[in-house]
Design a protein around this ligand. Structure first.
Ligand code: DMJ
Length: 678
């Protein structure tokens, strides 16, 4: 409505109508009130409607999050899924650990998905109400007994307090074990064990190692400043980030994943900040949403076990035990093959809807052995070993099509799912854990050895190929057809072949070492053939293309370690200088393309001179990428491969009988007073 309808805008003078220039004061008040009401209507909702209350930036964030989730959910959210081409085979899309298969419309998991959506809505509400996590309390572990620090800080969280006797045990002996004045060197087994220090004789290597350490400090400070206690950092937006694998709640994944690296690098101030956070805040009783059994095991359980072995600090063992026990309901299936996801609050477990008719994934249920066996040994609780031995038994006794292990197995029937085999995504670390279990057991676990030899022989015969120009690569098999694509994830296999070749003396050892060299070289080629010097997520081999990504969804680099990991093993096992040079090129590329003011970010296209950043500092950059780089430029005695075996997240675990830090439990099973029985 115009003002002219309420207030007369014209005066009649000398018989003609003239526009009024001034208003009376009552009229002015009226105009002011109308304007005020109008303003109130426009701006009021920002303050009163709950969705907008956080201000415009929160709203934009919220919209962005929803948009991202829809993007992840894919077109199935809006469109009904297209029918599979034939049988259950369908296109697979993958994005950072999330793999989509075409959804079967009758799939019971669709109902599941709806439920998940509801849970998500509820969880969002919970997240809003979540407690604020304080900045770290800095402890000086070697000088200050744990109990006294607790008392001084006056903030023991009763729900996560370890038994008093255990804390005292820590105080009295073990915790100082890693803090020797000789830089962490301890007499153990037959050799002198080095877990800190370990400078190389070569001054260039020493300088390069210092650079890696500086990068770690830069990334850690960014995380500490902007995302402390969150799972990961968004180094450009400078805030926390959490992926679904972590259960969408703040569980400090970066802290747990980084801790052993900080320790090995001798960054004790940072290590102690992390330890304090774990002591006061790492509590899985707080979790209300689903998380990945596999990721929780390799990052949280593996990370904690590693720092327990390194330091002897019972806090870490007890947290590992606390978390692993939360995962146990996932193993309650007719076969003992665990589900991939668990809601630790209610013990309800299930599989990803996209995974071959509700199957479990080989690389997930096949990557528990190292952590679970070690956990049983240090806790005295046999349950963990029993779980992984049962898994092994089932997969060993089930016939494999063409000798290859398919990527999926149904946990209810024990039948293999789709006939896909990959040494990259969905298969990778299952193979890695066979040889590493054999190593961890000090070559006593001969079943693991046999399984490794059989699996690798078949892979060698069927999937290891050479390109036109002679590059060795690992293809994938889909229903007996080869796909000439290799994932960045599969680059770990260079290291695996090398480790196997050095560990098992057989007629194949030489060939396996050649394959190791070939694969490590091909992964390097995938880096060298990009302007950024960083490798793509997947690369292909066709008539006209070698070691290059084809689709845009294959061109990103998310700070992954696998190529560097294989160069680490090759350096240690061959001493060929070129592996150090390749690692150094990767350092320079990370600095140039991934470093930002608050840390390190992945990039979206390795083939662009000025790539967009993905704004995520993955927790594994600390656990793996930085650790392998640091160790490449260290003396071999530091974290010697004769004493330690690295889990798939690069958390070192001691080799039984060869490593004084194995710390096997002498007494009865450890009870934790903070465990909630489900
Ligand atoms: C890590 O979390 C582990 O190495 C896992 O086995 C697969 N890859 C990621 C990092 O790329």
């Amino acid at each position: 409505m115009a003002f002219g309808g309420v207030i007369p805008l014209y005066n009649k003078r000398n018989g003609s109508w003239l526009l009024r220039r001034v208003f009376r004061s009552r009229e002015k008040v009226l105009i002011f009130l109308v304007c005020l009401t109008f303003l109130f209507i426009c701006i009021g909702p920002i303050f009163f409607l709950p969705d907008l209350r956080g201000g415009l930036s929160t709203k934009v964030d919220h919209v962005y999050k929803v948009y991202k989730q829809m993007q992840k959910a894919g077109p199935e959210l809006i469109l009904p899924p297209p029918p599979p081409d034939s049988g259950e085979l369908g296109p697979i899309r993958k994005h950072e650990g999330v793999y989509h298969n075409v959804v079967n419309p009758n799939d019971i998991h669709l109902t599941d998905d709806k439920q998940r959506l509801m849970e998500k809505i509820n969880n969002d509400e919970e997240l809003r109400n979540m407690r604020v996590i304080e900045k770290p309390v800095v402890l000086t572990v070697s000088a200050t007994p744990v109990n006294k620090v607790n008392a001084a800080a006056g903030q023991i969280d009763e729900s996560v307090k370890v038994l008093k006797e255990e804390e005292e045990a820590v105080e009295s002996n073990d915790i100082r074990a890693g803090f020797q004045s000789d830089g962490g060197a301890l007499k153990g087994g037959s050799s002198s064990m080095v877990v800190q220090g370990g400078e190389d004789a070569d001054p260039i290597a020493r300088q390069r190692r210092d650079k890696v350490k500086e990068m770690v400090l830069h990334a850690w400070r960014g995380y500490k400043t902007y995302a402390w206690g969150k799972n990961e950092l968004k180094p450009i937006s400078k805030r926390g980030h959490t992926a679904g694998i972590f259960g969408r709640q703040d569980m400090g994944a970066t802290i747990v994943d980084a801790l052993d690296t900080l320790y090995i690098m001798g960054l004790m101030e940072e290590f102690n900040e992390g330890r304090a956070w774990i002591q006061y805040h790492l509590d899985f009783n707080q979790l209300r949403s689903e998380m990945s059994v596999f990721e929780t095991n390799i990052r949280f359980v593996g990370g904690l076990l590693s720092v327990f072995a390194l330091t002897g600090d019972a806090l870490f063992r007890d947290r590992a035990l606390h978390i692993a026990r939360k995962l146990l309901p996932a193993f309650d299936t007719p076969t003992g093959i665990p589900y991939g996801l668990i809601n630790v609050a209610n013990g309800i477990a299930k599989n990803y809807a996209w995974a071959s008719g509700g199957s479990s994934i080989l690389s997930e249920f096949g990557t528990l052995h190292l952590e679970f066996v070690y956990l049983s040994d240090i806790s005295g609780d046999p349950v963990f070993r029993e779980k992984v031995l049962r898994i092994r038994d089932v997969i060993r006794k089930t016939d494999r099509p063409g000798g290859l292990y398919p990527n999926y197995m149904n946990p209810k029937t024990g039948k293999w799912g789709q006939r896909h085999t990959s040494v990259g995504a969905l298969g990778d670390s299952f193979y890695e854990y066979l040889i590493k279990s054999y190593i961890q057991s000090n070559c006593k676990d001969v079943v693991a050895k046999e399984m490794y030899e059989e699996a690798v022989d078949t892979i060698t015969k069927r999937l290891v190929l050479k390109s036109h120009s002679g590059l060795t690569y690992l293809a994938e098999s889909k229903f007996d057809r080869l796909e000439h694509k290799m994932d960045h994830l599969a680059c770990f296999a260079g290291g695996m072949y090398a480790l196997g070749s050095k560990t098992i003396d057989s007629e194949n050892s030489k060939t396996h070492m050649e394959i190791a060299e070939g694969l490590s070289n091909t992964c390097h080629e995938s880096y060298a053939r990009t302007p950024t010097g960083l490798g793509p997520e997947s690369f292909r081999f066709t008539e006209g293309m070698e070691a290059r990504a084809l689709k845009s969804s294959e061109k990103y680099y998310i700070l992954r370690p696998e190529a560097i990991e294989s160069w680490f093993y090759m350096w240690r096992l061959t001493k060929d200088q070129k592996y150090r040079e390749w690692a150094w090129s990767a350092v320079l590329a990370l600095e140039k393309y991934c470093r930002v003011e608050a840390g390190f970010s992945g990039i979206q296209n390795v083939y662009m001179e000025t790539p967009q950043k993905d704004d995520v500092q993955q927790s594994f950059i600390f656990a793996e990428t930085f650790k392998y780089l640091y160790l490449i430029f260290s003396d071999d005695a530091l974290m010697s491969l004769d004493e330690w075996v690295f889990n798939t997240e690069a958390h070192p675990l001691p080799i039984e009988g060869k490593n004084a830090f194995y710390r096997k439990s002498q007494g009865s099973t450890i009870q934790l007073q903070f465990d909630k029985v489900l």
